[in-house]
Design a binder for this molecule. Structure first.
Ligand SMILES: [Zn+2]
Length: 66
């Protein structure tokens, strides 16, 4: 089980794998960082996908290093 901080604040989430960790973090992300999500609302679907992909790659690397 790994414990890793949110990439935007000090809140932590736990998970055996990156996927589980991401799911555990999601409710917090929606609530605490809704403004960040809203900020991306103007992006095209392609851009949103790219952003999401980038987030996954960066945070997976963080998870693996934890
Ligand atoms: Zn956070």
């Amino acid at each position: 089980m790994k414990t890793l901080k949110c990439d935007l604040c000090e809140v932590t989430a736990e998970g055996e794998t990156f996927e589980v960790w991401m799911k555990a973090l999601m409710p917090h992300y929606m609530q605490a960082h809704a403004d960040v999500m809203k900020g991306k609302a103007g992006l095209s679907d392609e851009e949103k996908k790219a952003e999401q992909q980038k987030w996954m790659v960066e945070n997976k690397a963080r998870f693996e290093a934890a």
